[in-house]
Design a binder for this molecule. Structure first.
Ligand SMILES: Cc1ncc(COP(=O)(O)O)c(C=O)c1O
Length: 390
């Protein structure tokens, strides 16, 4: 079956966060910020949901059945050579929810938690909101690519007394897919320093040709033993609003500590439509995902080539994974606030502003390229017109 990613489906009036607060005419401002896609979920998932909705009874959900777990386990073992076990699974209504609870489970008040900025901004919030200290080992941008400064990574752990590290793998927003070697080096430092790892691998399915996602916990039993692996079908199949995510923790003591924190929030179990969607997505979504990834390759090429040809002041940081594009806008010579205003007011584009992601974000903007090509063409034209009008 050939899937359609070209049709522009209006999300106005559908309670979409991406469009929240937009008061102008449809299309006046193009929202290309939050990380969900402007594509409908796989038709196989929509069909499973329709069937579930038609049943009419929407009581409490259960995700412990084999029909839920088997496709999930198969997905990870076939694609990532990692076979999570049923007893490792803790269901949560989202990865951010899991990160918040993991921070409390693994650390005490005022303990330091390490992140690698620029990075997905809820990490810093999860640390701050839980009364922990943020320790930053910034990524180094060199020759158009981000790398890890391992000396700084270990020094920061020692100096700040870091107890846990939130790993973003693949990395949002810089688009790095960490190699096995990079993950191993970070993991060895964490092992040596007794630092636990919260591995957010939500973007694992969006890895571009030539790159491989390695599940951090799969590298060695010692790594697995210190790690919580956060996964979800939400980015891959565009299901974020259904709030289903799967957290795998093989270490029983860590799992129990995590469950205790989740329990304290009063969370009572999964959304039944999330359960249905997750199951159908991992069972039937592989072809759709393969075609989606091809389509996204075209979108990424369009942005890269258009910028090079028409807006050389803005450069694409070539992503290795994710559908989020990190644009180096420093060539426009604007102060951070002015740059964001320029995108919003002059170009009519709603991107995520670089400084939101912390240190190293100044002069950058994040563009979500998971939209029909025509939307992206319109966005690029708006950007070119605004830059030319300067
Ligand atoms: C790295 C990362 N983690 C987590 C999330 C959100 O996860 P959830 O919606 O399951 O809380 C996102 C969404 O953008 C993300 O990029």
């Amino acid at each position: 079956m050939k899937y359609d990613f070209d049709t522009q489906v209006s999300r106005y009036g559908t309670d979409a966060a991406k469009y929240a607060g937009l008061t102008g005419a449809e299309g006046e401002l193009l929202p290309l910020w939050v990380a969900d896609m402007d594509f409908p979920a796989p038709p196989e998932v929509v069909e499973a949901l329709q069937k579930r909705v038609a049943h009419g009874i929407y009581g409490y959900g259960d995700f412990t059945n084999e029909a839920y777990f088997a496709p999930l386990q198969r997905w990870y073992s076939e694609r990532f050579s990692w076979k999570p076990q049923r007893e490792w699974l803790v269901e949560t209504p989202g990865v951010v929810f899991a990160v918040y609870n993991a921070v409390r489970a693994l650390t005490g008040e005022n303990d330091a938690v390490l992140i690698q900025e620029p990075v997905y901004y809820p990490f810093a919030r999860a640390i701050r909101d839980n009364g922990r200290r943020i320790a930053v080992s910034p990524l180094v941008f060199e020759g158009g690519r981000y790398r890890i400064d391992y000396d700084d990574f270990e020094r920061t752990i020692e100096e700040e007394g870091v107890k846990a590290f939130i790993l973003c793998s693949p990395h949002n927003p810089v688009g790095r897919v960490w190699t096995r070697d990079e993950l191993t080096r970070m993991g060895e430092i964490c092992l040596r320093q007794g630092v636990k790892v919260i591995a957010d691998e939500i973007h694992a399915d969006f890895v571009r040709p030539g790159h491989t996602h390695t599940v951090f916990a799969s590298i060695s039993p010692a790594f697995a033993d210190m790690t919580l692996t956060c996964t979800a079908p939400s980015k891959t199949f565009n299901l974020a609003g259904l709030q289903a995510s799967n957290i795998f923790i093989s270490n029983e003591a860590l799992r129990e500590a995590f469950k205790r924190e989740v329990g304290k929030t009063g969370y009572g179990g999964p959304n039944i439509l999330g359960v249905t969607a997750c199951q159908a997505a991992y069972e039937y979504g592989a072809d759709w995902l393969a075609q989606l990834k091809d389509y996204l390759e075209g979108n990424i090429a369009l942005v890269r080539d258009y910028l090079a040809a028409h807006i050389p002041q803005v450069k694409l940081v070539e992503p290795e994974g994710t559908y989020l594009l990190w644009l180096d806008c420093r060539g426009l010579g604007m102060a951070p606030k002015a740059l964001d205003d320029f995108m919003y007011c002059n170009a009519g584009l709603w991107f995520d502003d670089g400084p939101m992601f912390g240190k190293g974000g100044e002069g950058f903007q994040r563009l979500n390229a998971a939209c029909p090509r025509a939307t992206l063409e319109e966005a690029l034209k708006r950007l070119a017109d605004a830059v030319n009008a300067l």
